[in-house]
Design a protein around this ligand. Structure first.
Ligand code: NAD
Length: 387
């Protein structure tokens, strides 16, 4: 063990790891939950969650709307066992691409590699935990060796994969997911990374250096002389191209953080930078604990997003923020969706469409550059939402 690793030799983890393993819960479309949401969730944030369920199932999943759907994931959701909801939604074709913090994908690897995270308590002595070599994420507990073993897997993968040069995070996570499927067949049932690779769903990370995955990529460069480089420009263009390619666009935003903006900046990238008048999102669902009053992007409302061209003017009835803990609200939301009449779509397999979509972005951007639209200061630009 490195000298800073917690857990001095001779210490046993004591009773801390005796809690039940955390597993990935898979929503099954419970009729009782649908009954509760339709009949019992009537006002305040219960009412907003019910509204979110209806916007998603009745509008975003309506085949006539052909909505390209992005999911953004912030907060420690895979450690809390919410990866199963994401797996179910990807498997059913209900989520077309994902933007996540690196942490959620890193902690997903523990499940893929069959390490155990335990249910615990948020009221523990952290100095004692440190001495006993136990890591705590609020009330989720696991041995520090899980971190070390997961890091070792990432570094082995980096060497075995021979990945080099600049790549998008979508490509990096796809290759990582394929490796997991290869080495641990069947793990797509309990790994977001593996399921995304199997289902062709691109996974992006908005801050790739800011997680243990990024930390191990940095190690690979310094220690092995690797030229592998996560290229955020590719991510920006791919996400932009996916949004451009959508007939309608909609998102489900869990928490806030940089994944929220990384998704929402797609439309401004199109109109503000590339001069392509695509228009903003048609549907916007956010489940968050973030507040609007602090002025940050995490708590910014869909109404504010209209001013940036992130959300289409005129579609505010199709936007909703439910101020809830996503560890409660998202499983309920997914139960509702899975039990709905629109619970399965043909998967778009966007991971295999990226080259074509970016080529189309380039073509349209060049056309826009060749005949720039004049900006009319007094009136808002007419946006063709249905192109
Ligand atoms: N070992 C690791 O790899 C590791 C571990 C932890 C964090 N990180 C990194 O630290 C950064 C921050 O991560 P983060 O997860 O705190 O995300 P974040 O701070 O970017 O976003 C969290 C956002 O979601 C909201 N949120 C959090 N929990 C919520 C909940 N239960 N319900 C509703 N909303 C909720 C918060 O209010 C906040 O706006 C990321 O870049 C991440 O990759 C890395």
């Amino acid at each position: 063990m490195p000298h800073r690793a917690p857990g001095a030799p001779g210490h046993q983890p004591g009773p801390y790891l005796s809690g039940r393993p955390i597993t990935y819960y898979r929503p099954r479309g419970s009729a009782e939950v649908r009954h509760l949401i339709d009949g019992g969730f009537q006002a305040f944030n219960a009412g907003r969650l019910s509204e979110a369920c209806h916007i998603f199932t009745d509008k975003m999943l309506d085949p006539a709307n052909d909505t390209t759907i992005g999911l953004t994931v912030a907060g420690a959701l895979t450690p809390a066992g919410l990866g199963g909801c994401v797996i179910e939604m990807m498997d059913r074709g209900l989520i077309d691409f994902v933007i996540s913090t690196g942490a959620n994908l890193y902690h997903d690897l523990h499940y893929a590699l069959n390490f155990t995270l335990h249910r615990g308590s948020p009221f523990l002595d952290d100095v004692e935990l440190y001495e006993q070599g136990i890591i705590r994420i609020y009330d989720v507990l696991f041995p520090a060796t899980v971190l070390l073993e997961t890091d070792k897997y990432i570094r082995d993968f980096l060497v075995r994969s021979k990945l080099s040069g600049p790549i998008a995070t979508s490509e990096f996570h796809y290759r990582l997911g394929l490796d997991l499927l290869d080495r641990n067949p069947g793990c797509e049932e309990y790994s977001v990374l593996a399921r995304a690779a199997a289902a062709g769903v691109p996974l992006y990370t908005s801050s790739p250096g800011d997680s243990s995955i990024g930390m191990n990529i940095a190690y690979h460069e310094l220690m092995n002389g690797s030229t592998l480089m996560i290229d955020p420009n590719r991510d920006v263009n791919e996400v932009c191209a996916i949004i451009l390619g959508g007939t309608k666009n909609g998102c489900v935003i869990l928490g806030g953080g940089s994944p929220k903006n990384f998704y929402l900046q797609g439309q401004p990238t199109l109109w503000e930078v590339y001069g392509i008048p695509k228009g903003g999102n048609d549907y916007f669902i956010q489940i968050t604990t973030d507040q609007v009053v602090w002025g940050g992007l995490s708590g910014a409302t869909p109404a504010e997003a209209v001013s940036w061209g992130k959300v289409n003017p005129g579609v505010l009835p199709d936007t909703v923020v439910a101020y809830c803990d996503s560890t409660i609200a998202f499983p309920l939301f997914c139960e509702y969706v899975v039990g709905s009449g629109h619970a399965r779509r043909t998967r778009r397999q966007l991971i295999h469409q990226r080259e074509r979509l970016v080529a189309d972005l380039l073509k349209q951007a060049k056309e826009a550059a060749a005949s720039p639209k004049e900006i009319i200061e007094d009136e808002p630009a007419e946006v063709d939402r249905h192109r």
